[in-house]
Write a protein that binds this ligand. Sequence first.
Ligand SMILES: [Zn+2]
Ligand SMILES: [Zn+2]
Length: 407
Amino acid sequence: MDNVRDEMIQTGKEAISQRIDSLREELLRLSHDIHDHPEIGFQEFLAVEYISEVLKSQGFQVEEGYCGVPTSFKAVKKGKDAGPVVAFLAEYDALRGVGHGCGHNVIATCAVGAFLGLASQMEELAGEVWIIGTPAEEGGAGKAVLLEKGGFEGVDFALMMHPTGGGEQFNYINRGGRASGSLTVSFHGRSAHSSNPALGINALSAAISVFNQIDMLRPCFDIQDNVNGVILEGGTASNVIPEYSKSEFCIRAETMKRVEELVQMIKDCADRAAGLTGAKAEFEEEPIYAERYPCKPMCDAFRDNMAALGISMCYPKPGQRFGSSDIGNVSIRIPAIHDYLSITDDMSIMAHSVQYAEAAVTPQADEICIKGAKGLAMTGLDLLLKEDLRRESVAYHEQIVPDFYKK
Ligand SMILES: [Zn+2]
Ligand SMILES: [Zn+2]
């Protein structure tokens, strides 16, 4: 029985590889088109148009504005019978002023290629393959928004890759990420001339008090808690009592739950500052980027598929610190991977830079678009055909995600 299955997997993977090779030209044009028209989060209309054109030209229907998010989309290919649902996630937002300095054009292309590759095999398979367009990763946490709106309901496994740099030694699988959030605190006071200050309510004093209170509490923070703030507005002239101030705080911690607690702590500081000064506090929050729980059995399967394609991948060294992404939010609910493939060997090129944006359309990056698509599609095939991999992945996910997230 296993022999038959293994043969099916082998033939399927070869067919996927050929299918993606046959789409090479369209896929690379897609990567370059997205790259050459960078759009920031929730404004990626051109990117969605380019992706939709490719999917439609291959006979797929594209649901644009998925879940009411204008620059999200979804396409589906059903198999011959009901079964597990594998979703490839596409990111395509750029950075203001930098363009595609995070290489999300590569992510989108890998997702589209993986979807088309695996879709070509679905007539033989039970289950479904989806592609979900997840906008605004760099700011706005599009995946958290989609999760909230039910965009991942029905998905059993979520897969994506992310480009990195520095060569194969940085091709990390199973890389974690911390939780992060941001909070903007504004104070509304009353202006007065500094010769008659008693008429005023000082909005800047309120802001300063918030910073001082946070520093008072800092010795009792958890080791991993990290709160950094800046004052964006705090008055216009020194002979006027400031009527308005605006501060922004970046909060990082081990878990989303802890970030929520820290956000509440800052709000409490602001409320006390409001009580002291008479200024009125106002808050603005973005969705929190959750910490990440990569699904190790799926990561290992992806690594094995990439190895077969001639690309080696490894685990990061323990204790390394990494940034945050909204894939974390997905990984709490669904077994998910977000593994890294280097698009440049130059270690001096940092992500989020203009140099990295340039690296995202080199022949080396193009090669990763194709191979990354193949590796993801093959891993999707593994999931659809290997019941034991699905079972292990679900069990691992269940064990690694803390109970406080489970409803
Ligand atoms: Zn980024
Ligand atoms: Zn990124």
